[in-house]
Design a binder for this molecule. Structure first.
Ligand SMILES: C[S@@+](CC[C@H](N)C(=O)[O-])C[C@H]1O[C@@H](n2cnc3c(N)ncnc32)[C@H](O)[C@@H]1O
Length: 331
């Protein structure tokens, strides 16, 4: 379930994202995880000359870089950049007058820019402050969790978000160490995970699961994913209501790329539920819930990158892509 390769230099599964979103001129797209702007750049290229993209990122530094990299599209008004959490996607879209959306992509997790900057504290292989916040305006850093959570809370985080089998042992080590003074560096934390473990070069680093778990906890990644999915559906529904949409032959689509099973399960369960008409328990003879399917799932199984892409971009190897299309509203 872990994202073993923690770097990303190029966009993951770019052709698949384009194949599902089918960007076209005049249409509007949201990239909820702008990062280095790879997917956004592709969307802009394919929806030229007048299609638009709203790029959202929790990391203000990512926005600054993309503002430079894609300056022409920004100047033309084809690329809008918004600092914020995708958990507030509807609000961000409304603020940017971006209410009729034709496609949305999420490429979850952290970027290579974040990973490769030791001062951001995501990496166990380069020493830095124990930070891990994607949004630097967010108050709670990894150091705060590591130094204030109880032993039980730490063990729960490592187990739940990292499936770390040594969760209790690591939590105990942390609590003993911090009794002597706060743990403030990624190097200190990584050393606690490595102590007493023999691992072969090329094998998963003993700190991988603990770092992943802490990152998920610091950034509340699963809660934000759960919050954004229904908003994506509502934004695409509104896009569908635009005059002339039905004639165009295309329906709004969402694509989500996840990198560990906790995220993928949330996406899979959400898409399945929203592709089902009635959610009543099987023993209920007549539907009482009134739930109507809003999505058609386009990927019965998650798509994974091919070998060529994995060779080009090792981080892609744990990617799971799921896509769905919006259905007309039943009144
Ligand atoms: C894997 S990178 C995206 C890479 C991008 N698709 C590309 O092609 O360059 C993920 C980005 O999403 C951002 N991110 C993660 N969770 C977020 C959230 N809840 N809200 C907003 N941005 C988020 C991270 O800060 C990071 O920059």
């Amino acid at each position: 379930m872990i994202d073993t390769m923690q770097t990303q230099h190029i966009s993951v599964m770019p052709e698949e994202v384009i194949q599902f979103l089918q960007p076209a001129a005049g249409r509007c797209y949201i990239d909820g995880t702008l990062g280095g702007g790879g997917h956004t750049a592709l969307l802009l290229e394919r929806c030229a000359p007048d299609g638009r993209v709203l790029g959202i990122d929790a990391d203000a530094l990512a926005l600054d870089r993309v503002r430079v990299r894609l300056a022409t599209a920004v100047e033309q008004g084809r690329l809008l950049l918004a600092h914020g959490n995708f958990a507030e996607m509807e609000q961000i879209a409304e603020t940017n007058k971006f209410q009729h959306v034709d496609g949305i992509v999420l490429d979850l997790g952290f970027s290579s820019d974040q990973m490769n900057a030791p001062e951001r504290g995501f990496s166990f292989s380069a020493d830095g402050p124990l930070d891990m916040r994607m949004d630097q305006t967010h108050e709670r850093s990894a150091a705060e969790i590591v130094n204030t959570a109880s032993e039980q809370e730490l063990a729960d985080i490592f187990w739940r978000y990292g499936e770390e089998t040594r969760s209790r042992q690591l939590a105990r080590r942390i609590v003993r160490t911090r009794e002597k003074g706060p743990i403030t560096r990624t190097g200190q934390l990584a050393a606690l995970a490595v102590a007493g473990v023999r691992y072969k070069p090329g094998a998963i680093h003993p700190a991988t699961r603990m770092f992943q778990a802490l990152r998920i906890a610091v950034n509340e990644e699963l809660a934000h994913l759960e919050a954004v999915l229904p908003q994506m559906v509502r934004l695409l529904q509104r896009g569908r209501q635009v005059a002339g949409y039905e004639q165009s032959g295309s329906a709004g689509r969402m694509v989500v790329i996840s990198f560990h099973s906790l995220e993928d399960r949330i996406v899979k369960d959400f898409m399945r539920r929203e592709a089902t008409d009635c959610l009543c328990p099987p023993r209920v003879p007549v539907c009482v819930c009134g739930h109507k399917a809003q999505l058609r799932v386009l990927t019965s199984r998650p798509m994974m990158p091919d070998q060529q892409e994995i060779e080009r971009n090792p981080r892609a190897r744990s990617a799971h892509l799921r896509a769905a299309e919006i259905l007309p509203v039943v009144s």
